[in-house]
Design a protein around this ligand. Structure first.
Ligand code: ATP
Length: 195
């Protein structure tokens, strides 16, 4: 029986903000491990799709996970393909880990929409939500039925969008992504202008 964190995202690419929030959540909630789950197709980004193929996003997650022994790459959404619904992912994880307590990590920006997620009430029964509290941010209200625990952290102010923009401009990515991830992006020519 383990305390398992689930951290989903496009991870296009995974960056130091992601590893920062995962580490802060793992520390705050005494998680034994954090599963990093790259989305097949994010329900929120389906219109534009991912910029890098799933296998590259997963490989970058693998490289980034080396920074903390609790971090584990998880390819279930990529294997399943199509739009990634969190409730399906959590069901699959719960079935493969009976007895584990499941904790879904997310930024406060996602909290207001949570009640509209697919099969929200079923999801709320399976996981506790660990929500990163932003200093100075008006706290969003948790939807009815959701178990929410807030934690503090100071993750890097960085986004995948900014990293893709910098990579396309041939700019240095150090301080934004792990060095191994920066090397992978360069070697594979990911996010190159016109790519
Ligand atoms: P994009 O710029 O492409 O929209 P992103 O940087 O927001 O991407 P996602 O993969 O969409 O990255 O994020 C996955 C999760 O990580 C979301 O819950 C998001 O709130 C959180 N997150 C993203 N960037 C940060 C950050 N710098 N600090 C803390 N949490 C973050």
């Amino acid at each position: 029986m383990s305390r398992t964190g689930i951290f989903g995202g496009s991870f296009d690419p995974v960056h130091l903000g992601h590893t920062g929030i995962a580490r802060a959540a793992a520390d705050a909630a005494a998680l034994d491990e954090v599963l990093f789950v790259p989305a097949g197709i994010s329900p929120f980004k389906a219109a534009r799709g991912a910029r890098a193929p799933g296998r590259d996003r997963l490989e970058m997650v693998r490289l980034a996970c080396a920074c903390d022994a609790r971090f584990v790459p998880c390819d279930i959404e990529l294997r399943r393909g199509g739009v990634s619904w969190t409730v399906d992912t959590v069901r699959e994880i719960a079935a493969s880990r009976p007895g584990d307590s499941l904790h879904f990590i997310m930024g406060e920006d996602s909290l207001p929409s949570l009640g509209a997620w697919r099969e929200a009430q079923a999801l709320f029964r399976m996981v506790e939500f660990l929500v990163l509290e932003r200093p100075g941010c008006a706290c969003a209200v948790a939807p009815q039925g959701a178990r929410v625990t807030r934690f503090r952290g100071n993750p890097a102010a960085v986004s995948s969008t900014e990293i893709r923009r910098r990579a396309a401009a041939g700019m240095d990515l150090s301080g934004l992504v792990a060095p191994e991830v920066a090397a992978y992006i360069a070697a594979r020519g990911l996010y190159a202008a016109g790519g």
